[in-house]
Design a protein around this ligand. Structure first.
Ligand code: RIB
Ligand code: CA
Length: 309
């Protein structure tokens, strides 16, 4: 029985690789994609999702655009990492099919309401759409089969010393999401930095033919700089969140209380993680079976690549 998965994302190099995994794994049924302003502006994250949909071949999966701005703050992007268009050096054919025309938050509500308990919700960008959906319909916290994010960190950040980008981009949204009536599985930097596309991974990916040449390798290596000491390769952050749904066996997690700093002068957007809480609200991923992860991901990518050669 496949895992039904709805992905809210901000493509984004690693969001695109996460979409490829969700599309390519026969044990995952991608039931919808929603987009949010994040790595790049909403018009670009949405354009990227629409182009990836047709290029990869999941044209029947609805794409709904959501929030262009954070709940209360100014949009802060990551174009310095993902490039101005959001997919690095990758240029895909223009999309011919449109978005659904309903807001991402309403698409999430309607989709989860239609099949309560059946759909796994995953977010790999700022949590603005999820927060809006919760405010419009708190019951989605019960309707989702599970809820997994790429975001946060219980050690250091990447947007700032203290904060990871997805949380830092909209801390108010993240607070609403972590305080809702569900358990959040937090796949944070402490986990995702174990999933680096290092030299041997990239060498194997390169053998996958056209799809690797046109998409996978350029996405997985765009900002990697081999001259930086102790840096083995680009982390495929968002791929880990999708992988967790289909292959939780590859992850170690711990119950924790996660609170979001929204007023810190130096710690704004920090996920404050207590691993010995009276009342956990999250499962926090700590360890990845790295070899098992890449064996899984590369098998799925090879399956899609065979259709693109
Ligand atoms: O911190 C990494 C996260 O921020 C990933 O989701 C990446 O796509 C960016 O959005
Ligand atoms: Ca992302």
């Amino acid at each position: 029985m496949p895992y039904k998965l709805l992905l809210d994302c901000d493509p984004g190099l690693d969001d695109a690789l996460a979409l490829l995994l969700a599309h390519g794994d026969p044990n995952i049924e991608l039931v919808g994609v929603t987009t949010v302003g994040g790595n790049v502006r909403l018009e670009n994250t949405t354009r990227n999702a629409l182009q990836l949909r047709e290029y990869l071949g999941f044209a029947t999966v609805p794409v709904s655009a959501g929030a262009a701005e954070p709940l209360t703050r100014q949009h802060r992007d990551a174009t310095h990492v993902h490039g101005t268009g959001g997919l690095g050096s990758v240029v895909l054919p223009p999309a011919t099919l449109p978005v659904t025309g309903i807001h991402a938050a309403d698409f999430i509500i309607n989709t989860l309401k239609a099949t309560p308990g059946a759909i796994h919700l995953v977010a790999t960008g700022p949590l603005t759409n999820i927060a809006i959906a919760l405010e419009r319909e708190p019951a989605i916290a019960r309707w989702a089969a599970s809820f997994t994010i790429m975001g946060g960190s219980y050690t250091r950040g990447n947007a700032t010393v203290a904060a990871e980008f997805n949380i830092w981009a909209d801390p108010e949204a993240a607070r609403i999401v972590f305080d809702a009536d569900w358990q959040v599985t937090m796949i944070g930097l402490d986990l995702t930095l174990q999933a680096q596309a290092n030299g041997s991974v990239v060498e194997r990916l390169t053998k996958l033919g056209t799809l690797a040449d046109e998409l996978i390798v350029p996405l997985a290596t765009f900002y990697f700089n081999p001259k930086v000491p102790d840096w083995d390769g680009q982390a495929v952050h968002d791929v880990c969140a999708v992988a967790y749904v289909a292959r939780p066996d590859l992850f170690l997690t711990q119950p924790a209380r996660v609170d979001i700093e929204t007023r810190g002068e130096f710690t704004d957007g920090m996920t404050v993680v207590d691993f010995d809480p009276p009342a956990p609200n999250a499962l926090v991923a700590t360890k990845l079976d790295v070899d098992g992860f890449w064996a899984y991901v590369e098998t799925v990518y090879a399956r899609v690549a065979a259709e693109h050669s």
